[in-house]
Design a protein around this ligand. Structure first.
Ligand SMILES: Nc1ncnc2c1ncn2[C@@H]1O[C@H](COP(=O)(O)OP(=O)(O)OP(=O)(O)O)[C@@H](O)[C@H]1O
Length: 331
């Protein structure tokens, strides 16, 4: 079943097209990431799903029901905000139970549900504390518990790990992913961190200027970026200019070629080109070798077990034709 459906959805603020003719269908139980730079429209999309914004045009459905005009509290969705928005004067348990209190659930029942939600996010026994007595990572979990206690069918997460340091972020990424799988709730996750989107999501929508540039699995988006923007934003792919692509025997368009698909030397069935080494760097498991070839700068990954070529040396590099991906927007 489709959890969230956008048909030609736009949200304009005066002349700003924050969201511009977006189509998407998020499946029930999916971990869906909206990835893009600041100002690309992903938060506005999330707010449209939550009901904090209404579309200027287009149609939104949540589990098959029209969402336009339905207020946030009537939708089967809950939002976890980046700043957590916990009440400082309430205990952790009261914070988590708050949504149920507003809905009129009796005290014993809501406190029990809040305890269960705290256990889900691995914070059992923390209920008596105040938010100020918890670490950033623990507050993040409380924010999550506070959304989960409502048993939403869709959980909307707006950069929920943004305030955490790198190590805690990575730990929470794994926990969020396994929590999502065990609960079977649809997660829609906003991030500007491509590593985070690639590692957690089932599918990613890459946003730029209010539009979806590409929608696909992490592997598709990473290995076969459709546009130069996606190639640049989602990773360290080589973006080869049309003139160079033509010399390799392909058509007249930009193309992406991942550094790890390029090897030193030639081999059967491979396409090759010559380049002069302009930089090398040791990355631990591999060396990154950058060459200049016919006006293009191309990076290759070579095994760390062999010494990289010397700077200034001319080398032959090769790749399998299927690893070169022509992109939209020729010139
Ligand atoms: N209430 C508003 N009034 C006017 N312009 C807005 C409003 N909300 C968003 N915008 C504009 O819409 C565009 C998209 O904003 P949005 O917050 O959706 O981007 P984002 O990709 O989530 O960025 P960030 O990662 O910085 O949150 C921006 O240019 C923003 O300034």
């Amino acid at each position: 079943m489709t959890a969230v459906l956008f048909q030609q959805v736009s949200r304009h603020f005066g002349a700003v097209r924050a969201v511009d003719s977006v189509d998407l269908a998020i499946a029930e139980g999916e971990f869906f990431a909206m990835l893009g730079p600041s100002g690309s429209g992903k938060t506005t999309c999330l707010r449209l799903m939550a009901g904090f914004e209404q579309p200027t045009s287009g149609h939104i459905e949540i589990f098959g029901e029209t969402a336009e005009g339905v207020p946030p509290y009537r939708r089967n969705v809950n939002t976890v905000f980046q700043d957590y928005a916990l009440f400082p004067h309430l205990s952790i348990l009261e914070n988590v139970a708050y949504g149920l209190m507003v809905k009129g659930v009796g005290k014993a029942e809501r406190l029990k549900a809040a305890e269960e939600a705290l256990a889900m996010v691995k914070l059992p026994g923390y209920g008596a504390r105040r938010p100020g007595q918890l670490s950033g990572g623990q507050r993040q979990r409380v924010a999550l518990a506070r959304a989960l206690v409502n048993r939403p069918r869709v959980l909307l997460l707006d950069e929920p790990l943004g305030a955490l340091d790198l190590k805690l972020r990575e730990q929470m990424q794994e926990e969020l992913k396994s929590l999502q799988k065990s609960l079977g709730i649809t997660f829609v996750f906003v991030t500007h961190d491509q590593g985070e989107a690639l590692s957690m999501a089932d599918r990613i929508a890459v946003f730029s200027d209010g539009r979806i540039q590409q929608l696909g699995t992490p592997e598709e988006v990473y290995k076969r970026p459709k546009t130069r923007f996606v190639a640049d934003f989602v990773g360290s792919s080589n973006v080869l200019p049309p003139d160079f692509v033509r010399t390799l025997g392909f058509g007249d368009s930009y193309a992406s070629l991942r550094p790890e698909a390029i090897t030193l030397g030639d081999g059967p069935g491979r396409k090759n080109f010559a380049g002069r080494v302009v930089a090398t760097s040791f990355l631990g498991a591999a060396n990154r070798v950058t060459v200049e070839a016919a006006g293009a700068r191309v990076a290759a990954m070579t095994p760390a077990s062999t010494a990289p070529p010397a700077l200034g040396e001319t080398v032959t590099l090769s790749f399998l034709p299927q690893d070169l991906h022509p992109m939209d927007g020729a010139r």
